[in-house]
Every structure is written in C-alpha cells, then in structure tokens.
Design a protein around this ligand. Structure first.
Ligand SMILES: C[S@@+](CC[C@H](N)C(=O)[O-])C[C@H]1O[C@@H](n2cnc3c(N)ncnc32)[C@H](O)[C@@H]1O
Length: 304
C-alpha cells in the first residue's frame, strides 16, 4: 500500500476550481489524483502522468465515477491518463488541445509499490536486477543502472555518485566498480552492494548502509530526475494560467533545491507569488502513521 504524503496540505495548496484543468504528474497509487478528481465537477479535467504502467492501471481502476462521486451519483470530471514522463507535459497538452492549466502537482520520487518490488532493483536490501528505471518495462533505448555501472567511465561514475549521492567515498567506489567489472559484469543489486562493501565495509555502529548514497545517486542518474524536474518547471510555468499553481513535494535536498530556486527566481522577477516562504513539512501525527513522509517538503507557487 502507498499512503499519500501531505495529503490535505497538497489538495489545499492547489486551491482547486471545479471547472479547472489540473495535472497530477506523479499518479503512483492515485491517492492525490482521486482527491483532485473529487474536488472537480463534470466540467473539470484531470490529466495524470506516470512512467510506470502499474500506476496507470491502478489509477484507471480507482478513478471511476462510483469511487469518485460516492454512491455513483453525479458526473465525474474528464480524466486523461498517460504513461509518459512528466517532462513531456507540453507535448501531451498539445495532443489534447489544452493550452493552459489551473494547477500542476508533483509528488516526486517513488511509490511504496515500486520500492517493495525487488524486480525493480531499487533497494540494496533486496536482491534484484540492476534496473532502477521509473518505467517498469524499459526499452532498449532506456538507460538502466546496469548500463551505468557496467559501461560509464570511472570519472563519470565517481562524479555521478558524488553529485547525486553526496557520497564522499565516490572515487573509491567508482574505482571498485570498474575493477570488479573487468572480471565480471555487475548484474544484481547484491553484486553492487558487495562491490561497495569491498571498499566501505559495514560496521555494527553504522546507522546507514554504506550503499545508501550510491543507490540514491544511481536512481537519480538512471532517470535523469533533476533534468526532468527542471524541464517540467519551465514548461509547466509557461502553461499555468494566471493565478494557476504549482504544488510540489520533494524528498531530498537536491530536488528541493531545484524547486526552491526556480520558485524564488519567478517571485523575484515578479512573475509569481511564493505561497510558501518556508516549505510545509509533515505533522507529528502524519509521521506517526507514515514514516516515509519524514523528509517530504511541499512548496507552492502562484503565477501572477
Ligand atoms: C511518490 S509516488 C506518487 C504517489 C501519489 N501521489 C499517490 O497519492 O499515490 C511518485 C510516482 O511518480 C512517478 N514518477 C516519478 N518521476 C516521474 C516522471 N519523471 N514522469 C512520470 N512519472 C514519474 C513514479 O513512477 C511514481 O509512481
């Protein structure tokens, strides 16, 4: 199960108009998406994105008139679901002849369904193929974590682990990866954990696993997460109506910095108003039921 994070705060942040058009770029378990749909009337539109076909299937199942309008009474808003990267927002809006939208919501990162699925190769705690793609069914042209560790050069791997994982041992880990793959390919998550532990042995007093930062960096790099976010902020802002809102939940400092700087620049240029000077974080009550919410931060921007 995936418990939506900062649920009421996100819905309030969007200040939903009944007949508006809203983008949920990250359907996941469709928790936020269903609530957005509940706030929309029959003239409203919800456009949902996810790269993961399982998320699209879940959203299709949950976004039904009977589930959204309790008891099956009343009409539901129009729903458009696309298995696409949210960075292609402009293309999708054009395909549906939509010029502008009232709100764009992003709840970045991974759903609990994805993290729990060992076949996605996201976790160092489970053995699985080194995939790490947001797409559950990556094609030949999609980069996987396997491609990165088995074919990128040592310096690029070190820079990636340092930049996206903030890992100070990045050079040692990159060298160990390249030394290992000279003998045999690094195929599974546990292979990669063994490589990392060969230069950073696990000690009983360590609070976090030595593989934590490298795995985070590889997930970000595999999916060009920061590139996609930056592109979406630019394209999305263009498509926001006057008084339209961005509401974005991030989970680590790198992505939060991108959102914070973009919002600040638009506010300084008098193009938008910062609704949140400081990000909204989860209450103690939320953390008690959903520890996954711990590092979440919600930022809101309104276009002028
Ligand atoms: C944290 S979950 C969203 C949870 C959702 N708000 C809910 O209520 O269940 C993030 C989802 O966004 C998707 N995602 C992340 N980055 C994406 C991108 N660039 N394009 C499309 N989907 C993306 C992931 O596949 C995942 O399903």
């Amino acid at each position: 199960m995936h418990i939506p994070v900062l649920f009421n705060e996100s819905i309030e942040a969007l200040s939903i108009k009944k007949d508006g058009t809203y983008v949920d770029g990250t359907l996941g378990g469709a928790g936020h998406a269903c609530e957005i749909a509940r706030h929309l009337g029959p003239d409203g539109t919800l456009i949902g994105f996810d790269l993961d076909s399982n998320a699209i299937a879940r959203a299709k199942e949950k976004l039904t008139p009977s589930a959204i309008r309790s008891g099956g009474s009343g009409q539901m808003c129009k729903v458009i679901l696309v298995q696409e990267n949210f960075r292609n927002l402009d293309k999708v809006l054009e395909e549906h002849d939509i010029q502008e939208v009232e709100g764009i919501f992003l709840d970045l990162g991974w759903s609990s369904f994805q993290i729990a699925d060992a076949s996605r190769g996201l976790s160092f705690q489970e053995d699985g193929p080194l995939k790490m793609t947001l797409k559950d069914n990556p094609g030949e042209d999609d980069v996987t974590a396997y491609d990165i560790v088995n074919s990128w050069d040592e310096k690029t791997i070190a820079d990636t682990i340092y930049t996206y994982g903030d890992e100070r041992a990045s050079r040692r880990i990159a060298k160990a990866i390249v030394d290992w793959r000279r003998k045999k390919p690094i195929i599974t998550t546990f292979d990669l954990v063994s490589v990392i532990e060969s230069v950073m042995p696990r000690k009983p007093w360590m609070k976090t696993n030595p593989a934590t930062k490298t795995f985070q960096a590889l997930r970000i790099a595999t999916n060009d997460e920061y590139g996609a976010l930056g592109e979406t902020l630019e394209k999305g802002f263009e498509r926001l109506k006057q008084s339209g809102r961005f509401a974005i939940i991030s989970f680590h400092s790198g992505e939060d910095r991108i959102v914070k700087n973009f919002f600040r620049d638009k506010a300084h240029a008098d193009l938008a108003t910062l609704i949140t000077k400081k990000p909204i974080t989860p209450s103690e009550a939320e953390l008690a039921v959903n520890p996954r919410a711990r590092s979440s931060k919600l930022r809101i921007l309104e276009k002028i």
